[in-house]
Design a protein around this ligand. Sequence first.
Ligand code: SAH
Length: 351
Amino acid sequence: MSARRRITDLSPAELSAFASAQHQRPFRGQQIYDWVMGRGVCTTSAMSDLSKPLREALDAEFDCSAPRVLWSGDSASGTEKAFLQLSDAQGDGVEAVLIMEGERTTACISSQAGCPVACVFCASGVLGLRRNLTRGEILDQFIAVRERAQALGRRVSNIVVMGMGEPMLNYSAVVEALDVIHDPKGGGIGARHITISTVGLEKGVRRLTEEGKPYTLAFSLHAPNDELRRKLVPFAAAMDIDAMVQAAGAYLDGTGREVTFEYVLLDGVNASAADAHELAQRLRGVRGTVNLIPYNENPGFTWKRPPAQQVDQFAEILRSGGVKVSVRKRKGHRILAACGQLRLQEMQRAQ
Ligand code: SAH
């Protein structure tokens, strides 16, 4: 990381304390926050209602550059992908995606550079974990995507922490960033429109439940039984299915929010009618929705997405078994929008 903190790393309280230390009234801190998080302006020269000495002090103390972003757009699929360069790692960066679908405009953001979980079908884990992102680096992604959405005449309505990384391994930075995204003076996104996706790490899930934040919790399930799940998600710390089901109940009790179970459909692996029946059986009576995600094929990976008809059949079997289901539409495959694909490509190009 660069020696200086990013301006987006500071909380409103820290900004007020900084203003006070500069012999300015503390409300100046809120003004800076309004510029950065409310309007997405990091560059101090644009902060016209602040004194020159305060702006100079900010520049001396913090990195106030605009996030460095490479965009690869695909207007035909309604998906645009940002690659945000990390200040400490030449050529490396993280991904954020803008997904525009009907009324909904979703920002998909990353929690880590790389990922230590290494789900067998996912590009994010191929190079392992580089490091956790700071809260500011997470907010930089939101700012970049929000600006892009605005330029396209859209307003970000939803946030999903479904980019690179395992959010529960970077809990504080992720939740602090989401709190800013949720704050009416920050991103102004309703808590119900914010989703955190995890392979299920007990400590983080418990903490989120206890804190009672009404964000949507999504478990990456991907299999109807633990034996297959361990093969697809070979991360020793990941919870087993029983523990996830139990945690889903506790989350509903604690926050009033039903969880989502994500299930990436991989042809010939977990997408047969028998798998669907087993899953329906396993989730009988569990309150929550299964989100079926037909696999986004990755160059260099041999996993395949099942035919559309099979996806429909899988969904139908779950519905007949009394399980609530949604199916993710095919989005962004043309610009490699699945987690980690773009970064992998950029890194391979740089080598
Ligand atoms: N580590 C967290 C969040 C990041 S991944 C988690 O696993 O939940 C967000 C979701 O995208 C996960 O369910 C993941 O399995 C899925 N995913 C990863 N690569 C994919 C691909 N190529 N196609 C479809 N979904 C993918």
